[in-house]
Design a protein around this ligand. Structure first.
Ligand SMILES: *[C@@H]1O[C@H](CO)[C@@H](O)[C@H](O)[C@H]1NC(C)=O
Ligand SMILES: *[C@@H]1O[C@H](CO)[C@@H](O)[C@H](O)[C@H]1NC(C)=O
Length: 306
């Protein structure tokens, strides 16, 4: 009789507790807070990580290119930091809360070069932080294995990462000159020669080298950096402050005045453009056609004005 009762109770118990056990099993998903935050299809699109722009192309010493596409993480107190060389730096809060914070601390932008050596990787245009974007500088140091060793925030929303790798242990591994294509090496040789011959000043030398590094893709020109800021500026923040905006406006007004006087000087009529959409404006053939016609009769003008 007792055995018979047990047989009856067991299926009953399974029936009662079954759904509860299934629910407990499903709860395990929460143990992966990152995938929960990042890949949860039920979260609105805006709460997932949204890079403001694409990373810059891979550049620098070729033996470091193999790091591209890999990621290295470090858990420090309640955060997991992830560094993906030539791509991004991200931060993921380690919590079981449903709305764990994940953020982009920078997207691969350019090298920092000092003393003709690659010193670090700048990752910029991360998630907004007050009126600016989060950015990170990753220093590469010699280590036994590839490892994100340290993360700190020396100033608000500027992060300093230390990445250890055996790839930078050779004393020449981070020199800029050997990484350059031959044509740019030859240009550098010429710059050295000009400095030795005192044809250029030390300041001129620094400027020429900077341009050379920009042409190599190691550094971004200020314009390129600005345009990424503008494209990325979800907040619509184009200028740091009113002062720089005023300064830009003044410069542009001066430039317009200069161009007008050039046109007047050469007797080329001009009018204020009628309000058109920017695409129409760009596609407009009239001004270029007319200018070309006028220029054809006066080849000297081209050299004078352009
Ligand atoms: C960061 O870089 C990695 C590696 O290239 C990539 O898989 C990941 O999608 C990037 N994350 C973001 C938010 O762009
Ligand atoms: C620059 O590098 C050279 C050799 O590459 C080194 O001798 C010199 O001390 C360095 N100077 C600075 C300021 O780091």
């Amino acid at each position: 009789m007792a055995a018979g009762l047990a047989c009856l109770v067991l299926p009953l118990a399974l029936q009662v507790y079954g759904p509860a056990y299934a629910g407990a099993a499903k709860m395990k998903v929460v143990e992966e807070p990152n995938t929960f935050g990042l890949n949860n299809p039920f979260l609105p699109q805006t709460s997932r990580l949204q890079p403001k722009r694409d990373p810059s192309p891979v550049s620098g010493p070729a033996h470091l290119f193999r790091l591209s596409g890999k990621c290295f993480s470090l858990v420090e107190s309640t955060y997991k930091y992830e560094f993906c060389p030539f791509h991004n730096v991200t931060q993921h809060e380690q919590t079981f809360r449903w709305n764990a914070y994940s953020g982009i601390l920078g997207i691969w932008h350019e090298w920092e070069i000092t003393n003709n050596t690659f010193r670090g990787m700048w990752m910029r245009d991360g998630d907004s932080c007050h009126s600016r974007s989060r950015q990170s500088k990753v220093e590469l140091t010699c280590g036994k294995s590839n490892r994100l060793a340290h993360v700190s925030e020396p100033s608000t929303c500027v992060y300093a990462l230390t990445f250890e790798t055996p790839l930078v242990c050779h004393p020449h591994s981070l020199l800029v000159y050997p990484a350059l294509p031959m044509a740019l090496q030859q240009r550098w040789d010429q710059v050295e020669q000009d400095l030795a011959d005192e044809l250029i000043t030390p300041q001129g030398y620094e400027k020429l080298l900077r341009t050379l590094f920009e042409d190599a893709g190691y550094l971004k020109t200020p314009e390129e950096s600005e345009s990424t800021q503008q494209e990325g500026g979800a907040q619509g923040l184009v200028f740091e402050n009113l002062e720089s905006c005023n300064k830009a406006h003044k410069e542009l007004s001066k430039e317009i005045k200069r161009l007008k006087s050039v046109l007047t000087e050469h007797g080329i009529p001009y009018t204020r453009p009628v309000e058109t959409s920017s695409s129409e404006h760009l596609g407009s053939k009239t001004p270029t056609g007319r200018t070309a016609e006028q220029l054809r009769g006066n080849p000297g003008l081209l050299g004078n004005t352009l």
